[in-house]
Design a binder for this molecule. Structure first.
Ligand code: DC
Length: 223
């Protein structure tokens, strides 16, 4: 592959499989950017919460679709999400936003708006893009495609460890339930549900370290 040619590495997988950390490591190694598409749904969901709109009220959401202004910037190679011109990176990782993002992501009009933004963002520079429909819907022609997953119990354990680092004690069974509920939403929505693309490389990370996953992804990239 021509080194100067723009390319996209598309990565799908369920919540908590470690896609984001793996993608940001791969991006650093390759000197490209990492676009986390979940952050676009999270920012939209935060916009709904701020307006007091229920994330599953599709009629209300369709009416205010254009009143929520989201943009993506990269500053020092880090993705910054803006909602109505304000940097909201510090506000989109709460449980409330996670649940609202998963709920509003089933609404086709919301998806089309987010997909449009994601496609525009990846037009000018090579990127590794992670999400739930990147290989199957957003960038079906990407030259590299991966599906990164892990058992639900392992994903809950990893999430608990992340929270513990922030001093938050969590109930693993409860986390498992929340992750399973998000899987259900993501895999059963009508538009662009989460599934393994026929031409994606499947990586089950249940028994792998982060470095092993990064090395495995890199082993497929031929520039
Ligand atoms: O990856 P994440 O947990 O930050 O994503 C938040 C929610 O956004 C997730 O529950 C489903 C939705 N999402 C999606 O539907 N499609 C994507 N490409 C990325 C995320």
């Amino acid at each position: 592959m021509d080194k100067n040619k723009l390319y996209i590495i598309a990565v799908d997988g369920p919540a908590g499989a470690g896609k984001s950390t793996v993608c940001s490591d791969v991006a650093k190694k390759l000197g490209i950017l990492h676009l986390d598409t979940g952050a676009t749904y999270r920012t939209f969901a935060l916009g709904l919460i701020k307006k007091g709109i229920d994330a599953s009220d599709s009629d209300a959401i369709k009416n205010i679709l254009n009143d929520i202004n989201i943009s993506i910037e990269f500053e020092n190679n880090t993705q910054i999400m803006y909602l109505d011109g304000v940097n909201v990176n510090g506000m989109i990782r709460t449980n409330e936003v996670s649940a609202a993002a998963s709920a509003c992501a089933v609404i086709p009009e919301v998806r089309l708006k987010m997909v449009d933004l994601q496609r525009q963002t990846a037009q000018k520079i090579s990127m590794i893009v992670d999400g739930r429909d990147i290989c199957t819907y957003v960038f079906p022609d990407a030259p590299y495609k991966f599906y990164i997953t892990a058992d639900v119990s392992e994903r809950a354990k990893r999430r608990a460890a992340q929270l513990a680092e922030k001093g938050i004690v969590s109930d693993i069974e409860q986390l498992e339930k929340e992750i399973a509920a998000r899987d259900h939403n993501d895999m059963n929505r009508k538009m662009a549900p989460l599934r393994i693309a026929d031409d994606a490389v499947l990586i089950d990370t249940t028994h792998m370290t982060q470095k092993e996953v990064v090395d495995k992804v890199l082993s497929y990239i031929k520039l």
